[in-house]
Write a protein of this length. Structure first.
Length: 579
């Protein structure tokens, strides 16, 4: 199956079939998004088997199926099949047909069926084979698969045959731009090897690589009480127009009474809501800076929120004072004491709301294709995710002294040069520095520690790195490890409780302990470069890598040496700078 673009995700009147996500002006501005954000449509299956509502539309793809017995290729065999029955081949064994696992992919974002007739005849000899025409009514092509090195397509009409190697590159031809769009792609002015499409297995990640971005909902929008009178009035433009269009006091009073009856509240409640909207509800004049995302989240995390309610979308509990009170109870010049003295803030994030937006997708690592293919849509699909997490920051004065060490800067510069040469881009722009490499490696080791000691599957945890030396902005040195799921209730709980100082100290101590040793040492510690583009140094699957969904940076830019140091190269350990 393949999902159709969002132009098809509509109700009968042509409007988006999902739900509008309100109160995300800060998120949209921080992410540089002008379009509205809508949740995907969700339909329900009734007891009668009928579908109530609109669902995300999809279609069968690839449209070719193959007989596992004789190898015959069938084009859309379900068209003549009785509903509820699976298509079968008419050969002697009459087995159920299987969908072919290959598709044709182009870096411009095009997707189509493999041109099986062309493959069978591209090496045709003689007039009969070269002029053989496709006949779709009856299967005539046979795919003989005897392994990657011996795979070919044979035509039963003219007996032409063509090899089908593992990495086949051909011209995209005049096929459809997408399986559901019956339009040929624009032909290039001059075809080059770069214009060739590639035949890939349907489950290859290069066929469809979604491009997403996300942001946390922070005050004041996180403090909005959904369902309140001011929320309902603000969300209903027609209701506000009804009040604003009143020509005199009497008609305004009548409008307020009508709305109060509709909202089942007092007239004074509607009047109060009107005043709040006039004051600038919900942002109340707060300036929104385009593109400033992590800085706003960082400030919201480290600042205590007064009178916060448990049902708000951003609920934090500060444990910094209790964390620091543990210091006198520990022996001097011990690792736990130095860990305590290195942390500036320790915060339990009891409730968090993340907005994840689908910006588009890529094929074969090409240019971004918008969710509506042509980029004209006024909205983007997005999800509201709810969860909790643990957030802590490292003291700026310690980091500043530590990262000024020449050996650390030289080690980071080596990785930075490699990173710049790759042309890689991540959701958040980064400066490859000792500070970032330290924070990112600490985050990975903490995720692994949470999996080992607290029982959290590493793939369910996510990282957010807040890193800046303060040039052109505020200095940041924070790590948020969190879990977020689509259920409004949030996760099963327990992660935020690990921010209690008595529980967090053993976790963080374990992180520093595990940074000291890898089961593949000394090879891992002495590695000059490993992983994609050699962007990892002392970091491998045995010590620092996490499941791909957990890492925001492709499991690269990791190095345990920035935590534990290295006597051989004169690189100091981070905790050596903590009193």
């Amino acid at each position: 199956m393949t999902v159709k673009d969002i132009r098809e995700w509509t109700a009968r009147d042509g409007t988006p079939a999902g739900q509008l996500i309100p109160y995300v002006d800060q998120v949209r501005s921080a992410l540089g998004i002008e379009q509205e954000l809508w949740e995907p449509p969700i339909a329900k299956e009734l007891d009668t088997g009928q579908v109530d509502g609109v669902c995300v539309p999809a279609m069968r793809f690839p449209t070719w199926m193959q007989c596992p017995s004789c190898g015959l290729l069938h084009s859309k065999p379900w068209r003549e099949q009785q509903a509820g029955l699976k298509p079968r081949c008419n050969c002697e064994k009459k087995p159920e047909l299987e969908q072919v696992p290959w598709v044709l992919v182009h870096a411009d974002g095009h997707l189509a069926d493999v041109p099986w007739h062309f493959l069978a005849h591209k090496e045709g000899k003689g007039q009969k084979q070269q002029q053989c025409r496709a006949v779709w009514e009856k299967p005539y092509l046979k795919l003989i698969d005897q392994g990657v090195s011996n795979r070919r397509v044979v035509c039963s009409h003219c007996h032409s045959r063509g090899n089908f190697p593992d990495s086949l590159r051909i011209h995209f031809g005049k096929g459809w731009r997408q399986p559901w769009i019956p339009e040929p792609p624009d032909a290039p002015d001059k075809e080059t090897p770069a214009d060739l499409a590639e035949v890939l297995e349907i489950n290859d990640a290069r066929v469809h690589s979604p491009v997403t971005c996300s942001a946390l909902v922070i005050p004041p929008e996180s403090r909005i009480r959904r369902g309140s009178v001011v929320d309902r009035l603000y969300s209903s433009t027609q209701t506000r127009i009804q009040i604003e269009s009143a020509r005199n006091r009497l008609s305004r009073k009548g409008a307020l009474q009508t709305i109060a009856a509709k909202f089942r509240c007092l007239v004074v409640d509607v009047e109060d809501a009107c005043r709040e909207i006039e004051k600038g509800y919900p942002l109340y004049g707060k300036n929104i800076t385009q593109g400033i995302l992590l800085e706003g989240e960082y400030q919201a995390l480290i600042e205590e929120i007064p009178d916060v309610a448990d049902d708000e979308d951003f609920v934090t509990e500060h444990h910094t004072k209790a964390w620091k009170r543990m210091a006198p109870e520990l022996l001097s010049d011990t690792k736990p004491l130095r860990i305590i003295n290195s942390i500036d803030h320790l915060i339990a994030v009891n409730r968090i709301k993340e907005i994840m937006v689908l910006k588009g997708f890529q094929r074969l690592g090409g240019d971004l294709v918008p969710p509506d293919i042509d980029g004209s849509s006024s909205w983007l699909p997005a999800l509201e995710l709810y969860g909790e997490g643990v957030f802590f920051t490292i003291k700026e004065e310690i980091l500043s002294r530590w990262e000024s060490t020449d050996s650390l800067k030289e080690r980071a510069n080596t990785v930075e040069r490699r990173f710049e040469a790759t042309g890689l881009h991540f959701e958040h722009e980064i400066n490859v520095s000792p500070r970032f490499l330290l924070l990112h490696t600490l985050a990975h080791l903490l995720i692994r520690q949470l999996e080992m000691e607290a029982g959290y599957p590493a793939a369910s945890l996510k990282e957010r790195i807040y890193c800046s030396a303060g040039k052109g902005g505020i200095p940041m040195s924070g790590i948020l490890i969190y879990v977020a799921v689509p259920d409004v209730v949030g996760s099963l709980g327990g992660l935020a409780e690990l921010a209690i100082p008595e529980r967090f100290l053993p976790l963080l101590s374990g992180v520093f302990d595990h940074a000291e040793w890898c089961s593949l040492d000394p090879v891992c510690s002495e590695h000059e470069g490993q992983g994609p583009h050699l962007l990892n140094r002392s970091a491998c699957h045995a010590c620092a890598l996490v499941p791909e969904p957990s890492c925001a940076y492709g499991n690269v830019l990791l190095d345990r040496i920035f935590i534990k140091g290295d006597e051989a190269t004169g690189t100091p350990a981070f905790l050596d700078f903590v009193n």
